[in-house]
Write a protein that binds this ligand. Structure first.
Ligand SMILES: Nc1nc2c(c(=O)[nH]1)N=C([C@H](O)[C@@H](O)CO)CN2
Length: 117
C-alpha cells in the first residue's frame, strides 16, 4: 500500500507525569506513516482523493492540545485512533518523540503500529 508521510510535526502542549510538567508547555515531535492508495489522486490530479497532510496535521494538533496528557503512549494511541476513525486510514505507524525529557538523550519516544495494510 502507498503511504502519506508527515515528519517532525511539532506540537507544543502540556505533557508529562510530574506536577511541574503540568505548569508548562513542552514540545512533542510526531512522525506519521499513513497507508493510503495514492493512485486515484494521481490519476485524476484531484485533491478530493488525497489524504490531506495539512488537514491531518491541523486536526492532530487540535486533538493533542485540547487537554493535558500524562503519557506519550496516550498521545500515540489518540493519534492512531483519530486517523483510523476520522480519516479512514487503514494502517498507521505513529512515532512520538519528547526531546529534552532525558537530559542525556537527544530524544526519547514511543512508536506504535495500528491497523492493517
Ligand atoms: N514510557 C514513558 N516513560 C515516561 C514518560 C512517558 O510519557 N512514557 N514520561 C515521563 C515524564 O513525564 C518525563 O518525560 C519527564 O522528564 C517519564 N517516563
Amino acid at each position: 500500500m502507498d503511504r502519506v508521510l508527515i515528519r517532525q510535526l511539532k506540537i507544543e502542549t502540556i505533557i508529562g507525569i510530574y506536577e511541574w510538567e503540568k505548569q508548562i508547555h513542552q514540545t512533542l515531535l510526531v512522525d506519521l506513516d499513513m497507508a493510503w492508495d495514492n493512485r486515484p489522486a494521481a490519476a485524476t490530479d484531484d485533491y478530493k482523493h488525497a489524504l490531506c497532510y495539512e488537514t491531518v496535521s491541523n486536526r492532530l494538533t487540535a486533538l493533542i492540545t485540547d487537554k493535558p496528557i500524562e503519557l506519550i503512549e496516550t498521545v500515540a494511541e489518540m493519534i492512531a485512533d483519530c486517523l483510523m476513525n476520522e480519516f479512514t486510514v487503514p494502517w498507521v505507524k505513529v512515532t512520538v518523540m519528547k526531546p529534552g525529557a532525558v537530559p542525556t538523550a537527544v530524544a526519547v519516544g514511543v512508536e506504535i503500529e495500528r491497523g492493517h495494510g
